[in-house]
Design a protein around this ligand. Structure first.
Ligand code: XLS
Ligand code: NI
Ligand code: NI
Length: 443
């Protein structure tokens, strides 16, 4: 196919200043060294296939609005898949980022039988492999769509019907094979419809056991084929089901511990899912890092007035900086990265709009990274946190943590010494101002 995105420079470059047409990076400079690493290697930016190329811009009240010729139902499905793939790789290489992610159904059409569906996927995956070799673009993660087809209306692994579980197993096996073939860094399981609408017809305990069995089989298969990427769960509290089982990082962590899977899975934290669960994104990242399950991020944002997953492009440095700070403090990404699980608004119908969304979001992340570096270098938060917890580093505090004191012995000592702890300031406003200073002053 001839180029589709003809109105943008190839590639979009770092300009360091506002570009008149907005089609240049102001902050994202892949070569810039931040915290000892190239910015590109730290951020590990990815483009998603589904919202960007497989979604027509439809909503529940209206049809697609976007200019995506490959979604025309009159086209031969494999021709359409090839045209879509060409446009996707053109977009990603023009954007100048290193990764992408996809679901099986984003990349290839279903056949009349499961075997045909698999053959279509294999063909498109081989073709994607050639494109990846030509462009140097890598696969951040692969995943299987276990939620769109009507067969999954009552869940995939948590479906009351074992045949649906089996169908899902076939899909995941094919996508794990595909992800390995494309040398993917991770494999993601987002819960999809693993949850419930009403307890009137649901056995929660039974469904949890089914989900755990499925995840155990996935981990076993991963090892049997020698796939070395990381398996990821993507928590989400609700939507599409009223109550999703993978509610948030803490819920997922508890589940993994309960079923002895904590060594096999980490989390892919989506910003919009974090806020839907009533947490901040920073909270979810910090929880995952502190509990050893952090791996990757779906970078997007919600709208504070909407209670659903609006998947908007990230554009708040204030919100992102604190989360990126936690990521950097935790040592940065290993196999994970920032996947743009983002969609355009339905009225953004120009081909260049997809670039504007990504460029703004990537610049937001790049600037947040610089803020995070400055907060870390200046120990703005760490020196205060160190002082605040200093009592636990030695003396009685350290003894308590080491298990060397009992409740009774602490109580006796408190009475004998007439203990009277002195309150100290939490200095929240001071710290908020310090964070703002970093955001405003960073070069
Ligand atoms: C939906 C999820 C989905 C996953 C991939 O809310 O974010 O897009 O990232 O299945
Ligand atoms: Ni996501
Ligand atoms: Ni989402």
């Amino acid at each position: 196919m001839p180029d589709f995105f003809t109105s943008v420079p190839d590639p979009v470059a770092y300009a360091g200043q506002p570009a008149g047409d907005g089609l240049a990076y102001q902050v994202y400079d892949p070569e810039r060294i931040v915290a000892g690493k190239r910015m590109e290697d730290l951020l590990r930016i990815g483009v998603c296939y589904w919202h960007s190329f497989a979604w027509p811009g439809a909503d529940i009240f209206g049809a697609g609005t976007f200019d995506r010729p490959w979604l025309d139902p009159a086209m031969d499905p494999m021709d359409a898949a090839r045209m879509k793939q060409d446009a996707a790789f053109e977009f990603i290489s023009k954007l100048g980022v290193k990764f992408f992610s996809f679901h099986d159904v984003d990349m290839s059409p279903p056949g009349d039988t499961l075997a045909e569906t698999k053959a279509n996927l294999d063909q498109m995956v081989d073709r994607a492999g050639e494109k990846m070799d030509e462009t140097g673009i890598g696969l951040l993660w692969g995943t299987a769509n276990l939620f769109s087809h009507p067969r999954y209306a009552a869940g995939a692994a948590t479906n009351p019907d074992p045949e649906v579980f089996q169908y899902a197993a076939a899909q995941v096996r094919h996508m794990l094979d595909a992800t390995k073939k494309l040398d993917g860094s991770n494999y993601v399981l987002w819960g999809g419809r693993e949850g419930y609408e009403t307890l009137l017809n649901t056995r929660m305990g039974q469904e949890a056991d089914q989900l755990a069995r499925f995840m155990t089989m996935v981990a076993e298969y991963k090892h049997s084929i020698g796939f070395t990427g990381t398996l990821l769960i993507e928590p989400k509290p609700q939507e599409p089901t009223k109550h999703q089982y993978d509610y948030d990082c803490a819920t997922v962590h508890g589940f993994l511990e309960r079923y002895d899977l904590a060594n096999e899975y980490k989390v892919n934290i989506e910003v919009n899912h974090a806020t839907l669960s009533g947490h901040s994104f920073q909270h979810e990242v910090a929880y995952a890092i502190d509990n050893g399950i952090f791996c990757s991020v779906d970078a997007n944002r919600g709208d504070p007035q909407n209670g659903w997953d609006t998947d908007q492009f990230p554009n708040s440095v204030d919100e992102m900086s604190l989360a990126v700070y936690e990521i950097l403090r935790g040592g940065g990404f290993t196999t994970g990265g920032f996947m743009f699980d983002t969609k355009l608004r339905r009225q953004s119908i120009d081909r260049a709009d997809l670039f504007h969304g990504h460029i703004g979001g990537i610049d937001t992340l790049a600037r947040s990274l610089l803020v995070a570096e400055s907060l870390l270098d200046n120990k703005t938060l760490e020196s205060v946190r160190d002082d605040r917890y200093a009592g636990w580093a030695s003396g009685s505090g350290a003894d308590i943590l080491a298990g060397e004191r009992t409740l009774a012995d602490l109580a006796d000592e408190a009475v004998a010494n007439d203990l009277e702890p002195t309150p100290v300031s939490g200095a929240q406003e001071h710290l908020e101002n310090e964070v703002n200073k970093a955001i405003w002053n960073i070069g």
